[in-house]
Ligand binder design. Structure first.
Ligand SMILES: Cc1cc2nc3c(=O)[nH]c(=O)nc-3n(C[C@H](O)[C@H](O)[C@H](O)COP(=O)(O)OP(=O)(O)OC[C@H]3O[C@@H](n4cnc5c(N)ncnc54)[C@H](O)[C@@H]3O)c2cc1C
Length: 324
């Protein structure tokens, strides 16, 4: 492995100045992508500029929404009770990245800037309408996450710019979200497919009568029938899919098909089909295209149902996923 200089700036400005002055330099946060690339000889920087000691990149603020600094680790996100309760899709994803050791050092900033189509936190950020806060020589700017991903390992950062963090709006009590990662094994595996959903439901009466349906061994079909009887209308929805295109994408046609509709089994069948038609998966060592497309149908339904469940039973953690 070729040697490199290692710089440890204490402020964002210092890091940006260093990047401007040094030749062939690279930012590094947790290093779990950068160091792998260096070892594989796919990357050979002369200098690494560490973002780990910059306190201004390690914030978490929950007033009027959620703002997370880019240097916050996946473990800190997964363990945060506010995120577990209000931004479930993000907690789901952070909790599934690599292993505990990886989650302890790897950051969300690194996951998003690396821009792998399989990046686990990408789909949750897409459904949570996140904006990427960017800082550079010319000052600060914000980019919607959907415009930030340009392609595999390509993001909308100009030379020397740093991602400061991610800003998400506040969502009401009737909104729930979920991320489902489909892998060949339970841990230390990149997703073969990932689907996130955020749903806002208009609930007619005071309480949803069928909420206990989720705690039974009933089939999805029966649960959906019970939900349909409750006349639950989907006011708003976001669906995002990972590893089905060169970058994580929204399933916008499926979202459109669901908005304003009563939740029902027929609707769920349609959504799965539409989402699958919006995906363009390819064959890879982790799975074949036909299988990924079929699983988009399944996971879209599951992710939406899980998000709905979180609205209906906000304080209940029983989730009979294994039965489905
Ligand atoms: C064993 C193993 C298992 C893994 N499992 C998963 C998994 O299950 N799911 C998954 O999604 N990923 C996984 N990864 C990939 C990796 O851990 C994640 O992508 C991680 O979040 C990267 O974060 P990091 O802080 O280590 O990034 P780094 O490696 O430090 O940086 C990654 C890229 O982002 C840039 N960068 C970092 N921070 C900033 C910033 N603030 N501003 C601008 N550019 C920045 C760096 O220059 C670099 O290009 C795994 C990696 C390993 C080694």
């Amino acid at each position: 492995m070729k040697g490199f200089e290692y710089h440890k700036p204490q402020t964002v400005k210092e890091a940006i100045d260093l990047m401007e002055g040094l030749e062939n330099a690279k930012y590094i946060a947790g290093g779990t992508d950068v160091m792998v690339l260096i070892r594989q000889k796919k990357l050979a920087p002369n200098c690494l500029i560490s973002l780990r000691n910059i306190g201004d990149l390690a914030y978490m603020e929950t007033e009027g929404g959620l703002r997370i600094g880019s240097a916050v680790t996946h473990n800190a996100i997964a363990k945060n009770e506010f995120i577990q309760k209000r931004y479930c899709a993000l907690a789901d994803a952070a909790n599934k990245v690599g292993s505990r050791q990886i989650r302890n050092v790897a950051t969300m900033g690194g996951n998003i800037c690396n821009a792998a189509p399989s990046a686990d936190t990408a789909c949750p950020l897409l459904v949570l309408d996140a904006k990427v806060a960017i800082v550079g020589k010319k000052g600060e700017r914000e980019v919607p996450i959907d415009d930030f991903f340009l392609g595999p390992n390509k993001v909308a950062l100009e030379a020397g710019e740093i991602v400061k963090g991610f800003n998400m709006p506040a969502f009401g009590e009737n909104t729930g979200s979920a991320y489902i990662k489909h892998t060949r094994r339970q841990a230390m595996d990149l997703p073969m497919l990932g689907v996130a959903a955020r749903v806002t439901i208009k609930i007619g009466g005071s309480e949803v009568g069928c909420k206990d349906a989720f705690c039974t061994v009933d089939s999805i079909s029966n649960i959906l029938k019970k939900l349909e009887d409750e006349n639950l209308v989907c006011e708003d929805v976001r669906i995002a899919m990972g590893v089905v295109a060169p970058r994580p994408i929204r399933a916008k046609k499926a979202e459109e098909a669901m908005r304003g509709k009563v939740i029902s089994e027929k609707l769920f069948e349609e959504l799965g089909e539409i989402a699958a038609s919006e995906s363009q998966p390819r064959d890879s060592i982790r799975g074949e295209a036909w299988y990924r497309r079929d699983m988009v149908k399944v996971l879209t339904k599951r992710a939406i149902l899980k998000a709905v469940d979180r609205v209906i039973r906000p304080d209940d953690t029983i989730w009979p996923e294994r039965l489905w």
